[in-house]
Design a protein around this ligand. Structure first.
Ligand SMILES: Cc1cc2nc3c(=O)[nH]c(=O)nc-3n(C[C@H](O)[C@H](O)[C@H](O)COP(=O)(O)OP(=O)(O)OC[C@H]3O[C@@H](n4cnc5c(N)ncnc54)[C@H](O)[C@@H]3O)c2cc1C
Length: 297
């Protein structure tokens, strides 16, 4: 990309440190970083982006390990204009993909809508939850999705139904090259107190069992069929294992925390070490849930 491109676009920054945009607080610079305020700004950016430049969509970076060398390409993070919620004529909700999941859950709590309580504990955006099929406590994002709005590389919008996607545990694949812009959800009417009590109980449970005071990216590995990654990691004696300033959490074995000053290489080495040692101890090959992108420094 030539240096003059995007010079007049306030939403676009060059050499943006991705450590500012990931919950692990690590990651080198993205060549180009765009935080479009609204749809026209996003469409203008995509129209100018050469087709061969790699494009990475991000939300709150809560499931993302960006390596220390950064990302050679363009990163799009949806801004405030993509964080709206509206009630649809059929009682469903339409949420922008930049909306934090917690705010969607709070809205459901106030409106007396049940089924989205689990979203309260997921510190990502609606876009990230759609891409990951984020879930917890028996709920999964796509169980509630009735339609999504996506945008392709040319800036064209599409309305797509769930049938257009292959959806599994923490895995979603659909039309390639599209980012999520919004989603429509169906929830069930329920007493406000009941929904809010469920959300509070869930948040209390998380605060007691997750190392929320240290930078982390939630569960590092997917749970293998019929078992729990955290149980296998703990059984392999890996709680507290440290690499540089990254550590397997003492509180929750499937979390890796940044003790302060970790780099992405510390975290990645720890991920690979845990994977190898669990396999040696139990024969189970753990699959990472966190997405790794970018280049080593
Ligand atoms: C403390 C903590 C607890 C967590 N608990 C849970 C949990 O209980 N359950 C769970 O499922 N996850 C959990 N997570 C992981 C994480 O919050 C989820 O995966 C979340 O859905 C990621 O959303 P995000 O906006 O941060 O996405 P990011 O981390 O920014 O991106 C994740 C993936 O989504 C893609 N993506 C993001 N936005 C878009 C978009 N608009 N269009 C297309 N693709 C997009 C990215 O390219 C990337 O592949 C937890 C994380 C933390 C830190």
């Amino acid at each position: 990309m030539n240096a003059a491109a995007y010079a007049d676009r306030p939403a676009v920054r060059r050499h943006e440190p991705m450590a500012r945009h990931t919950s692990w607080r690590v990651g080198g610079p993205a060549d180009v970083y765009c935080e479009p305020h609204d749809l026209p700004e996003l469409q203008a950016f995509l129209a100018e982006l050469p087709a061969d430049v790699p494009l990475l969509w991000i939300g709150l970076g809560s499931n993302l390990l960006v390596r220390d060398g950064g990302f050679r390409g363009a990163v799009v993070c949806l801004g405030k204009g993509f964080a709206q919620i509206e009630t649809l004529p059929d009682g469903g909700l339409r949420a922008g993909a930049g909306l934090p999941c917690a705010r969607l859950a709070q809205h459901c709590g106030r409106a007396g809508l049940a089924g989205g309580e689990f979203l309260a504990g997921i510190p990502g955006t609606v876009g990230g939850a759609l891409a990951m099929n984020a879930g917890a406590h028996g709920g999964e994002t796509w169980q509630r999705v009735t339609a999504v709005q996506t945008i392709d590389r040319a800036g064209t919008l599409h309305r797509r139904l769930p049938e257009a996607y292959r959806i599994a545990y923490r895995s979603v694949s659909g039309p390639p090259g599209e980012g999520f812009v919004a989603a429509e959800f169906a929830f069930e009417a329920a007493p406000v107190e009941q929904v809010q009590a469920a959300i509070h109980a869930l948040l209390r449970r998380r605060a007691a069992t997750q190392p929320l005071r240290l930078a982390n990216a939630g569960s590092v590995f997917r749970n293998p069929p019929g078992d729990f990654a955290a149980r296998l990691i703990e059984a392999a004696g890996l709680k507290g294992l440290t690499c540089g300033r990254a550590q397997v959490s003492e509180l929750h074995a499937n979390f890796i925390v940044n003790l302060g000053g970790a780099c992405a290489a510390d975290i990645e080495t720890l991920i690979d070490t845990v994977q190898a040692r669990v396999e040696a101890a139990s024969g189970v090959h753990l699959e990472p849930e966190v997405r790794r992108v970018g280049e080593a420094s």
